[in-house]
Design a protein. Structure first.
Length: 365
């Protein structure tokens, strides 16, 4: 049933976060106004800004806000300012805490090359044109959460760093089920990426994904080692449709795949659980351009589209946002990260306003 009263937790975060969130909220408010949706947007602190204000990157107040909301919209966290802090209070720990507390185990990262931006890709146009890949990354297991972890010293003072790669079969099976359902709704083709030839954890991964696949005879399942997949994403990206993989491998492969589009500033993401969900661009806080009004807001705007589709049961409005983004790109609007050398570049605000104008016309028609 379509929701009419929506509560959204908004965490702008650090760096360019406030700038890109501002443009995304223009889009969200326009949809709410035109479609008669009662929208409650509540802002909270997260990341470095939260640490500066209250000494913790993910304070209890922010957790409660997230738990009481239908969905969470996030800008970005982190920056050099906080790199010297203990790991337990670094801004990035807030993201891990948010994923863990909300049970967000499935990260959807679409890699879509817009025809208008095919020339912006570092690869040849014929390799990337028409690319439409969905990377499904497991988000709450693996080496980012495994214990023991940390740096220890022996009696001689020599340091040793330890992280633990670990998965239970239940964790693997639930992400595999998501992957097969996702593939069934697309081209019925699923690739599972692992390193089963040398890592026992991912050997179990391959076994469980294969077992799960027996319940989906209509989906063609294949497997690939992560190093080969990294190469194939550059060599022949059009072979891929849905890719499911572990937390660590997914983190790396999705950033690599992002460059197929020409800019990491174009890619949204959705982190889903069995109830709550988090939406954010996949890029970082980009402190080097923060406050300059030149960041690309399109990934955050497209994250709003994913929110409308996956959490708020508004697929039609989500499609209109995506159409508006394509339209502004077709008109030649570009932020500096996707602008041709020597070409005119739009500011963050100008790009956001251009999308709003296109969307307004689409919602009116």
């Amino acid at each position: 049933m379509t929701k009419q009263n929506l509560k959204i937790a908004v965490f702008a975060g650090d760096g360019i976060g406030p700038e890109i969130i501002r443009e995304a909220l223009k889009v969200l408010r326009l949809v709410a106004d035109r479609r008669g949706i009662s929208l409650t947007l509540t802002e909270g602190l997260i990341g470095g800004s939260a640490y500066d204000a209250c000494g913790a990157p993910f304070p209890d107040e922010s957790l409660m806000l997230a738990l009481q909301s239908d969905a969470v919209l996030l800008g970005a966290v982190g920056g050099p300012k906080w790199e010297g802090l203990d790991y337990s209070v670094r801004p990035e720990r807030a993201l891990l805490g948010l994923r863990e507390k909300l049970g967000l185990y499935a990260n959807l990262r679409p890699v879509l090359v817009f025809d208008e931006l095919a020339d912006a890709s570092p690869l040849k146009k014929n390799l990337v044109q028409g690319i439409d890949i969905m990377i499904l990354r497991e988000l709450t297991g693996d080496i980012y959460f495994g214990k023991p972890r940390g740096v220890t010293k022996d009696q001689s003072g020599r340091r040793t760093g330890v992280n633990t790669m670990i998965y239970t079969e239940d964790e693997i099976r639930r992400i595999a089920l998501r992957a097969f359902e996702l593939a069934r709704g697309r081209r019925k083709k699923l690739l599972s990426v692992d390193k089963a030839n040398v890592l026992e954890t991912t050997e179990l991964w391959r076994q469980i994904v294969t077992e799960t696949g027996r319940g989906y005879p209509d989906v063609a399942l294949s497997h690939m080692y992560v190093d080969n997949c990294a190469m194939q994403l550059i060599r022949n990206p059009s072979q891929f449709d849905v890719i499911v993989t572990s937390n660590l491998f997914g983190d790396i492969l999705s950033d690599e795949a992002a460059m197929l589009t020409g800019s990491i500033g174009m890619l949204p993401s959705a982190s889903l659980g069995d109830g709550k969900a988090l939406y954010e661009p996949i890029h970082g806080s980009a402190p080097d351009i923060a406050g300059k009004n030149i960041a690309n807001p399109l990934a955050t705007i497209l994250s709003v589209a994913m929110m409308l589709r996956h959490s708020l049961d508004r697929p039609a409005e989500a499609a209109l946002i995506e159409q508006a983004v394509k339209s502004v790109l077709r008109d030649g609007r570009r932020t500096p990260d996707i602008a041709p050398a020597g070409g005119r570049a739009d500011t963050t605000e100008e790009m956001g306003d251009a999308v709003v104008r296109k969307l307004s016309a689409l919602l009116h028609s």
